[in-house]
Design a protein around this ligand. Structure first.
Ligand code: XMP
Length: 507
């Protein structure tokens, strides 16, 4: 495995992903918490940073266990770090070095640069520049503006590059990482989804033995893949609970439950719709709705878990982006926009040990692992759906009737996306029931009924998003179907806001 030491660059996660795309497992650790077992890592990469090495507060970890002992690659700040603190010189740059550049000099016969030639496009993003290489430094590549774009330190397997190989715009970036990791550091590129499944199942068997494990299924990708891995490892000792909070999509509870049973999972469906609706009655504040749903979920789940005799583990579908400890450049916490997500949702009164088989994976890797276990494509390709479900898509207070209306509208929209082959082109889609009535006319009758908004966005992680330019013909068809088929709705609008400044959900 490969260790990535994070100095807080916005691109650090990308380094991990690029390395993994080479079928090499990598882990990110913050510079101030470098693991003590560095010997278990085959190579080390230092990330970029918003910090300057010239600053008094420069991040300056002790690398004596790594430097000269392990193959080491410094990227951007990492490269400046290796220069500045080892006899080189880093100064403020007098030209702005952001964006595209091309290599103008490339050292020949250098294994690190195998397959890369002058002209290759690289992506720069820094305001300091390396004026003088460190002791033992040998220049390997330059661009027009940046003389010391790449260097190595003789007598060590230490390399450094000023540009970012991890971003897409560095066209030979992946080649460079492969040169370093596979050809120089000798790491075996054998980390594939199949290998992950085999390894994880073996580890889970060893760790869990004959213990019983309880897991909450949500119908989403993560909990489903986590369940499948555990099922392979411990079979019937995995007790899955799938709670219907009454706020799922139309027919979702029964169809997903059936699908889980078809996968051989030991799953209990619990219909607690009434309990949730009761807790939500009269509540229209979005955060209070979320809290009420969270609270009832824990109560229901706990009741169910208590019925499993001698259960000792709680499994969760936590994925890697939820657990990476980030290095904050400002030190301050970020503002809570919405009290999102169900991370850390273990109630005190359930003293269970936690097992998280997907903790090391990015979302796309979870999907690939699921596919390698033969899981249904449609299940793996599902759009994300928020835990509080339709409750945060019904603006204002919630009633059974409003849920029913929104389920009908949502089903027409989502089925339409599938029929028009648009579903997989959209990252997330849904309908929102607005708390306004508008005037319409049907036949000779005046109507005064609800307005619904449709929302479809493209995104990679939900952090930023843009609305999808769905074909007018499609919107026309869906709008007609909704107004004609769903009693109580007489107007459909399409949301054309990006995130930021809007969010994906309306509440
Ligand atoms: P926003 O609305 O913040 O949503 O742009 C970003 C992503 O998060 C989902 N979301 C939630 N998921 N509990 C969840 O499990 C929540 O309370 C919640 N609120 C928003 C949203 O669907 C989108 O994918």
């Amino acid at each position: 495995k490969v260790l990535i030491i994070d100095f807080g660059s916005q691109y650090t996660q990308l380094i991990a992903r690029r390395v993994r795309e080479l079928n090499i497992y990598s882990e990110i650790h913050p510079f101030n918490k470098i693991p003590t077992n560095v010997h278990d890592y085959k190579a080390v990469i230092l990330s970029g940073s918003p910090m300057s090495v010239r600053s008094e507060k420069a991040f300056h970890p002790d690398l004596s266990e790594i430097r000269g002992k392990k193959p080491l690659l410094g990227v951007c700040y990492g490269a400046q770090y290796l220069a500045h603190f080892s006899g080189g010189q880093v100064a403020e740059s007098n030209t702005r070095e952001y964006g595209r550049a091309n290599l103008s000099f490339v050292q020949e016969n250098e294994p690190f640069l195998r397959g890369i030639s002058a002209g290759s496009q690289v992506w720069m993003s820094h305001s300091d520049t390396i004026k003088q290489l460190p002791t033992g430094g040998k220049l390997l590549a330059s661009t027009h503006d940046v003389e010391n774009a790449a260097y190595k330190i003789e007598g060590e397997t230490t390399f450094a590059i000023q540009f970012h190989p991890e971003v897409y715009h560095s066209t030979d970036g992946k080649q460079l990482l492969e040169n370093f990791l596979v050809h120089i550091a000798g790491v075996n590129p054998d980390w594939t989804p199949n290998a992950f499944v085999e390894e994880t199942v073996a580890e889970l068997k060893e760790k869990l033995g004959n213990d019983k494990v309880v897991l909450g299924l949500s119908g989403g990708v993560d909990s489903s893949v986590a369940a499948m891995l555990l099922h392979k490892a411990i079979g019937k000792n995995l007790y899955c609970i799938f709670v219907n909070n009454g706020l799922l999509r139309k027919n979702e509870f029964s169809s997903v439950l059936q699908q889980y049973e078809g996968m051989g999972l030991n799953v209990k469906g619990v219909d607690a719709s009434a309990r949730f609706l009761e807790a939500l009655a009269g509540e229209s504040d979005p955060e209070k709705k979320r809290k009420a749903i969270g609270r009832v979920f824990i109560e229901v789940f706990d009741d169910e878990a208590h019925q499993i005799k001698d259960v000792t583990w709680l499994a969760q579908g936590t994925i890697y982006p939820d657990v990476i400890e980030s290095v904050s450049a400002t030190g301050g916490p970020s503002a809570t926009i919405k009290s999102h997500h169900n991370v850390g949702g273990l109630p005190d009164f359930m003293k269970l040990k936690i097992v998280e088989p997907l903790k090391a994976l990015f979302k796309d890797e979870v999907r690939r692992v699921g596919a390698s276990m033969g899981m249904d494509k449609q299940l793996l390709g599902r759009h994300p759906f928020p835990g509080p479900g339709l409750a945060i898509r019904i603006l204002g207070d919630i009633t059974a009737e409003k849920v029913r209306i929104l389920q009908e509208v949502d089903a027409i929209f989502i089925d339409g996306l599938r029929q028009w082959d648009l579903y997989d082109k959209v990252w997330q889609a849904g309908a929102i029931l607005l708390p306004v009535n508008s005037v319409g006319v049907m036949g000779d009758e005046r109507t005064y009924e609800k307005v619904v908004a449709l929302r479809a966005v493209e995104s990679t992680d939900g952090m930023t998003a843009d609305w999808v330019d769905l074909p007018y013909k499609f919107l026309q068809k869906v709008s007609n179907d909704i107004i004609n088929k769903v009693k109580g709705v007489n107007r459909v609008v399409y949301d054309i806001s990006s995130k930021p400044p809007a969010t994906i959900e309306w509440e």
